[in-house]
Design a protein around this ligand. Structure first.
Ligand code: PEP
Ligand code: MN
Length: 343
């Protein structure tokens, strides 16, 4: 923590605050440059609040240089986390594709898509049963019936499931029924929900909130991790910016930045990230090049009739082409066979 003092702070005031902070066991170093005077604080800062420091008239600003997360950070966990989820390795150079419809609409629909994406090499079937729609008049998902249809698809294809939970009241159902629990972008900072899924011990895919920073994403991951049981996958799915040509702005620099800050696997969702089916293909390839550990892609057998997100869903034929290209690209990028980007 750095305390920036006002230019008119007196020697006595500086000495008083230094004595007080040193008395609390902190290292308190005075830094001077021209007229500016700052105090650099190191040590256990729990209990030292910026608010209480700012109450002193001679303090101009307090700058926090510590991170708002711990468990998700590399400082406490330098090695990449590698998970084995439903027989699939995630992280540490392995690569997974989660594919399927935005929302489960019928048994025929979800089965047909599941079979197609499985044939093309998808590792997980995605499908929304509870849908977080911006308008209350839009299709809200089939709810528990949708989960049952996903389970039928898992049984018939062998594909493990990922589906979004929207409310704590279904925590136990999701804990029992799906292989990865998705926390949607809109719920990234629903802290009671994060704690509840963290207690289940089931893997969680945490999507970045459209207006959230990467540090906020990692702090949200800590809410899940601090319950001590659930593996966490981070997901970049586009953020809200001034650009209107795309639904969201897919922040691909988030991938290497998250890799630097965190040991958790990073998944990219180019479907919600762009909002347009024809942008999914190039951005999926770009995500792999950026070092993503996996992709989440919306696939629909009849996108023009989809009840949700048809404009950003690709057909099974295009998904097959994309999956092939992704494999080729990975071979080029990971020439040394380690599965790791080389930089
Ligand atoms: C989804 O995956 O269908 C979804 C609603 O995603 P997001 O939370 O990223 O909008
Ligand atoms: Mn969707």
């Amino acid at each position: 923590m750095i305390i920036v003092l006002k230019p008119d702070a007196t020697k006595e005031q500086i000495q008083t605050i230094r004595t007080e902070l040193s008395g609390r066991g902190l290292l308190c170093q005075e830094i001077r440059g021209g007229d500016a005077c700052m105090l650099g604080l190191a040590g256990d800062l729990t209990g030292i609040s910026a608010d209480s420091l700012l109450r002193r008239a001679f303090v101009e600003r307090v700058v926090s240089v510590s991170e708002p997360y711990r468990l998700a950070g590399r400082r406490f966990h330098p090695q990449d986390s590698v998970y084995e989820i439903a027989g699939q390795k995630i992280g540490g150079g392995a690569f997974v594709i989660m594919a399927g419809p935005c929302s489960v609409e019928s048994e025929e629909q979800v089965l047909s898509i599941a079979r197609d994406v499985k044939r093309s090499g998808a590792n997980f079937l995605r499908g929304g049963a509870f849908k977080p729609r911006s308008s209350p008049y839009s299709f809200q998902g089939l709810g528990l019936d949708g989960l049952e249809l996903l389970k039928i698809a898992r049984e018939k294809t062998g594909l493990p499931l990922i589906s979004e939970i929207m409310s704590q009241e279904y925590a136990e159902v999701f804990g029992a029924d799906v292989d990865i629990i998705q926390i949607g972008a809109r719920n990234m900072q629903n802290f009671p929900l994060l704690r509840a899924v963290g207690r289940l011990g089931k893997p969680v895919l945490l999507k970045r909130g459209p207006s959230c920073t990467l540090d906020e994403l990692l702090a949200a991951a800590d809410y899940i991790l601090m319950e001590g049981k659930s593996p966490v996958l981070l997901c970049e799915r586009g953020i809200r910016t001034f650009e209107t040509a795309t639904r969201n702005t897919l922040d691909l620099s988030a991938v290497p930045v998250l890799k630097k800050k965190s040991h958790l696997p990073v998944i990219v969702d180019p479907s919600h990230g762009t909002g347009y089916w024809d942008l999914v293909y190039p951005m999926a390839l770009a995500a792999v090049a950026a070092g993503a550990d996996g992709l989440m892609i919306e696939v629909h057998n009849q996108p023009e009739k989809a009840l949700c997100d048809g404009q950003q869903s690709i057909t099974p034929v295009l998904f097959d082409r994309l999956a092939r290209k992704l494999r080729q690209l990975r071979e080029i990028i990971h020439e040394d066979g380690s599965g790791k980007n080389e930089w």
